[in-house]
Design a protein around this ligand. Structure first.
Ligand code: ATP
Length: 207
């Protein structure tokens, strides 16, 4: 079991997935909050049954899976439904994340969570790596990747915590305005630091 958790966060389009994949090439196991959020409402889960009882079966797609776009639309226009949904899902997501973190076997495990700070998950991590880019870069890379209007990306950026808040919470910053070619070397340097800190914590922990 990994006894050391490194949180990885950053704003939309900052490069979290790109950076996480680079850590994965070094054998670091990942727990991805977005993946967990989908797993807890997969077909056959108790949570999906509760959601379809609450909103009606119209909230399901033809294959029985959750119509996430429709659900997003519904809760966007109804704060009490949003609160209801968050109260249902947040504890389940947290529980499932904890289980996956506990099951990880690499010397340390990476918790990749876009809304790590917004959802108060920093208490779970030993170190917090923030992938940092300028707002201009965020906007440019996200609009290019997703082929969406700038206004849509700007609205998401405004709903997330600020660059200053992330800087204040970070134990390390990874400047991802720099070219991709330099990423493997910089991730390798961070990997050394986290491996050493994990080994130190393990040596100190009671057997
Ligand atoms: P989201 O928050 O939307 O899930 P993300 O933080 O996971 O995004 P990525 O998808 O990893 O971000 O990166 C956003 C885009 O920027 C991708 O198209 C990726 O290929 C590109 N990208 C990432 N890092 C760099 C870099 N250093 N230089 C140039 N392009 C990059």
């Amino acid at each position: 079991m990994s006894n050391f958790i490194v949180g990885l966060t950053g704003g939309i389009g900052s490069g979290k997935t790109t950076v996480a994949n680079q850590f994965a090439t070094l054998g670091v196991q990942l727990v991805d909050a977005d993946v967990v959020a989908r797993e807890v409402v997969a077909p056959g889960t108790a949570a999906l049954n509760v959601i379809s009882s609450h909103f009606g079966t119209g909230i399901l797609l033809a294959d029985g899976s959750l119509n996430r776009a429709l659900l997003r639309k519904k809760v966007f226009s109804n704060p009490s439904d949003k609160q209801w949904l968050n109260q249902l899902l947040h504890p389940l997501i947290r529980e499932q994340m904890l289980q996956q973190l506990a099951a990880a076997t690499s010397p340390y495990v990476l918790l990749v969570a876009p809304l790590l700070l917004e959802n108060g998950l920093q208490t779970l991590v030993d170190q917090l790596l923030v992938v940092d880019v300028s707002p201009e870069t965020q906007l440019q890379r996200t609009t290019e990747r997703d082929k969406v209007p700038a206004s849509q990306v700007e609205a998401i950026m405004a709903s997330q915590c600020s660059r200053e808040q992330r800087h204040a919470a970070a134990t390390q910053l990874l400047d991802n305005d720099l070219p991709l070619q330099s990423l493997p070397e910089r991730v390798a340097a961070l990997h050394q630091i986290y491996s050493a800190l994990a080994a130190e914590k393990l040596a100190k922990s009671p057997t």
